[in-house]
Design a protein around this ligand. Structure first.
Ligand code: UDP
Length: 327
């Protein structure tokens, strides 16, 4: 298939692009390089630099590439904490950008769409692990923006016959030998902990140790980016057969912030000093996925089910790219 990947120069988008190409698909990457890195784009992908906020640029993209069979939409503002400080980046820009993309997708007859959605839809879950029947309570403007886009897709299916899958990622992490996590500023736990191991930071700050969890720190379900990438490809390939779908994507096991830091200490051999700080606004106490639906329907299985293996893959990349994509 010819797949348009928005955000294909970013962390998850670039690794999914590489997996798509390896699976025999053709890829067009559209990215404004705001967070992404041109070096991360697979050399066999067609790269178009542009911004989803620019409606003319989006129209040109589709006019110049009229054979798009499906879209994977990664490009987005993605930070829970930032969204509590700058809600309009999320409630205006994420929504407008998705609408601009969908407008041209429909105008050009594209019928398949995969959305990067989020576990931040589940701020107050009634059951753990969290399955797709859980009630939606977005935990932040970020989660709310993804929920709105899921609703847009619902209406675009009813009105235009678009088939879509919403993949609600829990905590994406890990790297491949060539591509990895390189955000500026970095806010995610695993790369920050590994920056301490590389002695680029003096310590890791733990955001709160008074949560209602076994050790008081937040519990998350960490899923390797390769497993996420494979889920996107399986979901895209199954849309015609199964119709629109929503899948929660994680390993089904939770690890606390303290357990993640302990794992990093074991893998790196570095003492990784930590200090306790205040809670970060927007963070729920515990998020663990049930991914039974995608396992059953698509035969998806995580290859990196173990936090040590995930940490090792992240550590290898951080050691070989201590300053990310900058030489
Ligand atoms: N976290 C932390 N210190 C940091 C960064 C993150 O304690 O410097 C915690 C954060 O509160 C959350 C978990 O680590 O409970 C994972 O956060 P991350 O930003 O990696 O992913 P998110 O859960 O926001 O998607």
């Amino acid at each position: 298939m010819n797949i348009l990947v928005t955000g294909g120069a970013g962390y998850i988008g670039s690794i999914t692009t590489a997996e798509l190409i390896q699976a025999g698909h053709e890829v067009i990457v559209f990215d404004n390089l705001y967070q992404g890195h041109a070096e991360a784009v697979h050399p066999q992908a067609i790269f178009v630099e542009g911004d989803l906020a620019d409606r003319d640029a989006v129209k040109r993209l589709f006019d110049e590439h009229p054979y798009i069979d499906g879209i994977m939409h990664f490009a987005s503002y993605t930070l829970v904490g930032e969204s509590m400080q700058k809600p309009l980046l999320y409630l205006r820009d994420n929504l407008t950008n998705a609408a601009n993309l969908l407008e041209q997708a429909i105008a050009h007859g594209v019928k398949r769409f995969i959305l990067s959605s989020t576990a931040n839809l589940f701020d107050d879950p009634e059951r753990m692990p969290i399955d797709e029947n859980e009630r939606i309570v977005p935990g932040s403007p970020y989660g709310e923006s993804k929920f709105f886009i899921e609703r847009m897709l619902h209406w675009f299916e009813r009105l235009y016959g678009l088939r879509y899958a919403c993949l609600r990622y829990f905590n994406a992490c890990g790297n491949t030998p060539d591509r990895g996590e390189d955000h500026d500023p970095e806010t995610h736990l695993i790369p920050l902990v590994l920056q301490v191991a590389l002695e680029q930071r003096p310590h890791i700050t733990i955001y709160g140790n008074d949560y209602p969890t076994p050790d008081g720190t937040c519990v998350r379900d960490y899923i390797h980016v390769i497993d996420l990438a494979r889920a996107h490809i399986l979901a895209m390939e199954a849309l015609d057969r199964l119709g629109s779908r929503k899948y929660n994507l994680g390993n089904g096991r939770g690890f606390s912030v303290l357990e993640v830091i302990e794992t990093a200490r074991r893998v790196t051999g570095h003492p990784i000093p930590s200090v306790i700080g205040p809670r970060r606004p927007g963070d729920p106490a515990t998020l663990i996925a049930s991914s039974e639906t995608i396992r059953r329907e698509l035969g998806w299985q995580p290859r990196f089910a173990n936090i040590e293996d995930i940490m090792r893959s992240a550590w290898e990349w951080h050691q070989s790219h201590p300053h990310g994509y900058k030489a």
